[in-house]
Design a protein around this ligand. Structure first.
Ligand code: 5GP
Ligand code: ZN
Length: 118
């Protein structure tokens, strides 16, 4: 498993150096519970290599980025939030609210979401 950053918290989670509650894992993606959940269900879905955020994405990343999004309905079903509905969020950069600079998709559900987000 190459292309991990030894100083990145999510790379450490991928390496199991930091424990997490895993929900799904395959060759290129990993999904686990957020440690500070903002909804009854709050999952994080990440690539298993260090990509700093959505802002560095290009067309070359279309395949695995597409897989990330396409995985969402089954993750929502698996965690029981698919029927009622859920929210998918990607924060980008400081003003976008990004605090961990390893690309991650938030999947939130189990309560009614408000709009606009803060
Ligand atoms: P961001 O603000 O960058 O979009 O989201 C980062 C998310 O990662 C936050 O929701 C935060 O609770 C979560 N997080 C940060 N450190 C850890 C950790 O060590 N384990 C887990 N499971 N989640 C973490
Ligand atoms: Zn990383």
């Amino acid at each position: 498993m190459g292309e991990l950053d030894p100083d990145c918290v999510f790379c450490k989670i991928i390496r199991k150096e930091i424990p997490s509650v895993a929900v799904f894992e395959d060759e290129e993606l990993f999904c686990f519970q957020d440690a500070n959940p903002q909804a009854p269900t709050h999952l994080l879905l990440i690539p298993k290599r260090h990509v700093t955020g959505i802002d560095v994405a290009t067309w070359k990343d279309a395949d695995w980025l597409g897989r990330m999004l396409a995985l969402v309905p089954s993750l929502a079903a698996r965690t029981g939030i698919r029927k009622e509905g859920y929210r998918v969020v990607v924060n980008s950069g400081r003003a976008g609210g990004q605090t961990v600079f390893h690309l991650h998709l938030h999947l939130l559900g189990g309560r009614n979401m408000t709009w606009p987000p803060g």
